[in-house]
Structures are given as structure tokens and as C-alpha cells.
Design a protein around this ligand. Structure first.
Ligand code: ADP
Length: 399
């Protein structure tokens, strides 16, 4: 019996020792894992972190094993860094080359969801340089995307303007030759010089529209805004479009609420309304009506609408018609003498006045363009009698 007890106790003791040993090994393993020295890293040289934090460029510092030691939030946001890795292959390769020979390198890269498609992603001018003597490498990336976009817009614009100028200038030169050749035929001379005048008018309109656009496209606010009565402005705009409308027997009428005022550059606003009326006339058949109406909205805005019974605009084109030189039917626009800049001008003029322009249209039925502007001197809601009394007595009304 004693022998059995001793054997059992010995067994238990053995088990306990085994368990304790196992536990001790685990604890020690975990402790080792926790205290395991971090992979060899070199801290940033003193002062570098503060210099990087004031730079506007995206900045990344990688160590000798290509691990990111420091990165700006922009570098992460633009998708150059994920976790502790540079994720743009070109940058990793450049960092290695720079680490190897100490030469500063520069390149342009595209970073984004659809690399390879030039229109997408963001473009960066990148400079990669050694940082200190421990294999650290600094990557600085300057975002070029907006600059490239502006450059592309400018290039397109110059190309468009040149193209638009080429047409009337070419026509003028041809007509001049024809007139010269028809010197003995007064009737032909009269006809061709009439066409020369048309081309000259087209050129003048184009130059005029370009000048207006360049004036209103910038970020600067318009210098001279003053109270303007919409009734007078609309009469003036209709007046300027009247000749073209009469030629097509199109009746233009004004309606809606009277006496509304806005703060405006009157010449620009007349120009915008006239552009809409000119279009309404140009894209409508003969013997139709164009209605210009004003309306006061609940939210202290006014709406000026120009409605026609014309050809309308396909829904798929509605988004683009406010772009410079965009035309649904280029041949028709040229035929009507349009510059392709009218709606771009309307859009910029309304934006400059703190408003917006919208369009409703149905092919074959007609279109309505609406200019919406802040109302001047909006009538405030009536002050309750109790508040008025307290105010008059110099006391604040209790809520
Ligand atoms: P354009 O000088 O060609 O008229 P706009 O910028 O004024 O240039 O207008 C752009 C295009 O929008 C026009 O070419 C035309 O296709 C379309 N458009 C504008 N207004 C109307 C309208 N009232 N009815 C039908 N189409 C219109």
C-alpha cells in the first residue's frame, strides 16, 4: 500500500514538474518573442523628421532593407506606401540604385488605381536621394497632376481657338481672291463682299466672346457689382436679339414677376441672357415663340428662364453643352453664326454672380434654360410684434 502511494505521489510529482517545465518553456518563448530585438533599423538622423514635416512634397524614408521608416500622410494617401513597404515598383528599384551608388535620381511616375491609362491616377515628379551613411534613402514626390491637367486644358483651348479662327480667316482669304477675279461683275462683287462681311462678323464675335471669357474665367471676383433691375435688363437683352428673331418670325415675349433686383455687372448679365435668347432663336423653327420670364423663389433667389419651342437637345448631350466650343451639331452651329462659347459664357457669368444655370430640354419639343441668382434686398420675414416692441425699448426679446 505504501509502495503504491509513493508510486502515485511520484507520478503526480513527475506530472507537475512536466507541466511546470512546459509552462516555463512557453512563458520564456513568449518573453523572448516580446523582447526580440527589432530588426536592425537606423533612426532618422537628427532634425530630418522636423524638416520633412514642413515640406509640401510627399516624403518617404526607407532603410537598408527597403522598409519604410517614415512617410508623410500624403505619401500613404496617394498609394505610394502600404504598411512598411513602398508599393510602387519603380520607387523601390530607384531607392536600391541610389543606395548602391549614392547618386541622386529623378523621374516621373504615375500612381493610381488604373496605372497605364494616362488620364487616370496621379502624376508625380520624384527625387530619390541618399540620407546619411546607413543605407537610408529619401524619396520626395511632387504632385504634378493639377499642373498637367491645366496644361492639357490650355493646349486644347489653344488648338480649338486656332481651329475656330482658321475657318473664317480661310474663308475671308478665298472670298478676297474671288472678288478680285470678279472685278468686272458688280453683282458678283456685291454678293461676295456680303459674305466677306459675314465672315468678318463671325471673327469679331469670336474675338469678343474670347475676351469676355478671359475676363470672367479667373478666380478674382467681379469688380463692379451694383443693384440691377431685372425688368430693364431683360428688355435690353430682348432688344439685342430682336433682329435675328424678326428674320425668322419668332416672337419674343417677357413675362413673370416684375420689380425683382439682383446685384450684378449689368453688361455681363445682359450678355448672358442675350446668349440664351440668341440660342433659343437660332435653334427654333420659324413662327415659334420664345418666352423670357422672371420668378422669385421661396429661398431668396430669382430665376430667369428662357423657353423655346425649338429642336431641343438630346439628353446625352445636356452635360456637355456648357463646355467651351462644344456643339451638338457643329455644322448647324456654324451655319447660325455661333461661336460655341455662348453657354460657357452664361455658365461663368452666373457662377461669378453667385448663381447657377440649368437646362431642361426635350428633343423635338424645346428647351428651357434657367439662370438662378441671389435676390437683392430679400424681404425679411415680418418681425413679431413682441420682439419689435422689446427692440424699440432697447431690450432684447426673450426667446
Ligand atoms: P453655339 O454658338 O454653337 O450656339 P453655345 O455654347 O451657345 O454655342 O451652345 C452650345 C450648343 O448647345 C449649341 O451648339 C447647340 O447644339 C446647343 N444649344 C444651345 N442652346 C440651345 C437651344 N436653345 N436649343 C437647342 N440646342 C441648343
Amino acid at each position: 500500500m505504501e509502495v503504491e502511494l509513493v508510486a502515485a505521489l511520484t507520478g503526480l510529482a513527475g506530472l507537475a514538474i512536466g507541466l511546470a517545465t512546459g509552462l516555463a518553456v512557453r512563458v520564456s518563448e513568449r518573453a523572448q518573442r516580446v523582447q526580440a530585438p527589432a530588426p536592425p533599423q537606423h533612426a532618422l538622423p537628427p532634425g530630418v523628421a522636423s524638416v520633412l514635416s514642413v515640406l509640401r512634397s510627399s516624403a518617404v524614408v526607407v532603410d537598408g532593407e527597403d522598409r519604410v521608416l517614415r512617410s508623410s500622410s500624403a505619401a500613404r494617401a496617394f498609394g505610394m506606401v502600404s504598411g512598411d513597404r513602398l508599393v510602387v515598383d519603380e520607387l523601390v528599384a530607384m531607392a536600391r540604385l541610389v543606395r548602391r551608388d549614392g547618386e541622386i535620381r529623378e523621374t516621373e511616375i504615375q500612381v493610381g488605381p488604373s496605372r497605364g491609362r494616362r488620364a487616370d491616377g496621379r502624376w508625380f515628379q520624384v527625387r530619390v536621394a541618399p540620407l546619411g551613411s546607413h543605407g537610408l534613402v529619401l524619396v520626395l514626390a511632387e504632385d504634378l497632376t493639377d499642373m498637367r491637367r491645366v496644361e492639357a486644358i490650355r493646349r486644347d483651348f489653344v488648338a480649338n481657338v486656332s481651329h475656330e479662327l482658321k475657318t473664317p480667316v480661310g474663308a475671308l482669304s478665298l472670298l478676297a481672291e474671288t472678288v478680285e477675279g470678279a472685278a468686272d461683275d458688280p453683282e458678283a462683287v456685291r454678293r461676295f463682299s456680303g459674305r466677306m462681311q459675314n465672315e468678318a462678323v463671325r471673327l469679331t464675335n469670336l474675338v469678343q466672346d474670347l475676351m469676355t471669357l478671359s475676363r470672367i474665367q479667373g478666380d478674382e471676383p467681379l469688380p463692379e457689382l451694383h443693384p440691377v433691375a431685372l425688368d430693364e435688363l431683360i428688355v435690353e437683352a430682348i432688344d439685342r436679339s430682336q433682329t435675328k428673331a424678326s428674320a425668322k418670325d419668332i416672337e419674343i415675349t417677357a413675362g413673370g414677376q416684375h420689380g425683382l433686383k439682383v446685384r450684378a455687372d449689368d453688361e455681363l448679365l445682359v450678355n448672358a441672357i442675350r446668349n440664351l435668347i440668341d440660342n433659343a432663336v437660332a435653334y427654333s423653327p420659324e413662327n415659334t415663340r420664345v418666352v423670357v420670364a422672371t420668378r422669385r423663389c421661396e429661398d431668396q433667389h430669382v430665376e430667369i428662364t428662357v423657353t423655346d419651342q425649338g429642336i431641343g437637345i438630346p439628353e446625352s448631350e445636356l452635360e456637355r453643352i456648357f463646355e467651351r466650343f462644344y456643339r451638338v451639331d457643329p455644322a448647324r452651329s456654324r451655319q447660325t453664326g455661333g461661336t460655341g462659347l455662348g453657354l460657357a459664357i452664361v455658365k461663368h457669368v452666373t457662377t461669378k454672380h453667385g448663381g447657377e444655370v440649368t437646362v431642361w430640354s426635350k428633343e423635338g419639343s424645346g428647351s428651357t434654360f434657367t439662370i438662378r441668382l441671389p435676390l437683392l434686398d430679400p424681404v425679411r420675414p415680418p418681425v413679431p410684434a413682441a420682439v419689435r416692441e422689446n427692440r424699440d425699448n432697447g431690450r432684447e426679446a426673450k426667446p
